[in-house]
Design a binder for this molecule. Structure first.
Ligand SMILES: Cc1cc2nc3c(=O)[nH]c(=O)nc-3n(C[C@H](O)[C@H](O)[C@H](O)COP(=O)(O)OP(=O)(O)OC[C@H]3O[C@@H](n4cnc5c(N)ncnc54)[C@H](O)[C@@H]3O)c2cc1C
Length: 376
């Protein structure tokens, strides 16, 4: 992919070329006359390229677009990862390919290998954006830096001895070794099922027993795909789910790792215990420009804008409104058009082409609409 140069001053600058940043950029493209661009520290879809090879999206892709049922993993109303990739649960590498393809097709100006180091609001209500390759000025900034760069580490003694599930090494323990997984939501069940299918004895600890939860919201309960995999893994007799206890500590003893559970029992393995404890929002150089909610997530206005820095927006799975968590692509994509419309309208530009997002069911304006919480 070519590396376009951006003009030194743009109306809207998006930081991060994952699905959230690219999806927002594609919506901005529909605003008549806007100048915009995307800065990416690595390459398009970089996070997905880093996914352990055995990991796949758990939200299915299917080409229902012509009937108004847009592929759940699509970030533009006229695209479908299922159609492009010919698979329903893309791997990280496959999804990164989809992201690269649509960037190319729609000629989204993405500058790769350009990390944003500093974002400074200026007196004339703009932003000075400093990168390793120079300084840009933007009237609006959209932070879309994702969460993968910030794994959540359990606050227990010895947590540093364990390995987070985002690390490919966690998916490749020594052959036949038993494995202890701390956390039983999507990522814990994902790695546990994969390792059980390869012959490992796997024990999952989670006092909240997410595998038993029933809800109509796939963000609260395990996805149907994970439930099916769980049934298969349990049938092998190698997967042990312990819902009554949490992990209290991890210790290294005589070449083994010992996990002490909250009821005082211990589990031991030669393989490093796996922390499947999720992620936190990665706000990087804009962290100081957002206020925090009581739960530590960024405080946002109803337009996904920082409550303390006008003109700075957030896109992606860190967007939360009350108990609404937009953690999956099919959820956070509902806000791409809204942010683009807000930015364009403030600049007095015509945003009517964004109607295509509305008619495709890809634009939720009112965030009080849907009350869900999230597990990934
Ligand atoms: C393990 C896991 C599994 C998931 N599975 C699913 C699923 O099955 N279905 C689903 O819908 N969602 C899933 N999600 C949730 C969500 O879709 C992903 O987190 C997705 O990657 C979020 O997209 P994003 O664009 O916000 O972030 P990312 O894809 O992480 O993109 C962020 C980009 O920002 C760049 N960046 C970061 N800092 C800077 C900087 N300072 N300067 C420039 N660029 C920067 C990064 O290099 C990266 O390319 C999953 C998440 C995780 C962690």
């Amino acid at each position: 992919m070519s590396n376009p140069s951006l003009s030194p001053t743009v109306d809207a600058l998006v930081i991060g070329a994952g699905p959230a940043g690219l999806g927002t950029a594609l919506a901005l493209q529909a605003v008549d006359g806007i100048t915009y661009g995307v800065l990416e520290q690595a390459t398009i879809g970089h996070t997905f390229e880093q996914w352990p090879a055995a990991m796949n999206l758990l939200t299915p892709s299917f080409t229902g677009n012509a009937f108004g049922a847009i592929d759940l993993n699509a970030i533009h109303p006229r695209t479908s990862p299922a159609l492009l990739l010919q698979t329903d649960y893309p791997s990280g590498e496959e999804y990164a390919h989809y992201l690269r393809k649509i960037t190319e097709h729609y000629e989204v100006p993405v500058v790769e290998h350009t990390a944003v180091e500093q974002v400074t609001p200026t007196d004339d209500e703009q932003f000075q954006v400093t990168t390793a390759r120079g300084v840009l000025t933007a009237r609006t900034v959209v932070w879309a830096g994702g969460e993968f760069a910030r794994p959540a580490i359990a606050a227990i003694p010895g947590a540093d001895l364990a390995i987070h599930s985002s690390d490919p090494k966690a998916w490749d323990p020594p052959e036949h070794d038993p494995v202890i997984v701390i956390g039983g939501y999507e990522s814990g069940i994902d790695i546990a099922c994969t390792l059980a299918s390869r012959g490992h004895q796997v024990t999952v600890l989670d006092p909240e027993t997410p595998w038993e939860r029933a809800s109509s919201d796939p963000s609260v309960t395990l996805s149907p795909r994970s439930q099916a995999r769980l049934r298969e893994a349990r049938a092998t007799g190698r997967l042990h789910l312990r819902g009554e206890v949490s992990a209290s500590s991890v210790e290294a003893r005589g070449g083994h790792y010992v996990v002490t559970a909250s009821d005082g029992t211990t589990l031991s393995s030669a393989a490093r215990p796996v922390l499947a404890t999720g992620y936190r929002p990665h706000l990087g150089p804009v962290e100081h420009l957002f206020d925090s909610r009581a739960d530590g997530w960024p405080a946002l206005t109803g337009n996904d804008e920082s409550t303390i820095t006008p003109g700075l927006f957030l896109a992606g799975p860190a967007v939360r409104h009350a108990r609404l968590h937009l953690c999956f692509v099919y959820k956070f994509r509902q806000r791409f058009a809204h942010v683009a419309h807000t930015v364009g309208s403030r600049l007095g530009m015509d945003t009517s082409a964004l109607k295509a997002w509305k008619t495709s069911g890809m634009w939720v304006e009112d965030v009080s609409c849907c009350d869900t919480s999230c597990v990934c």
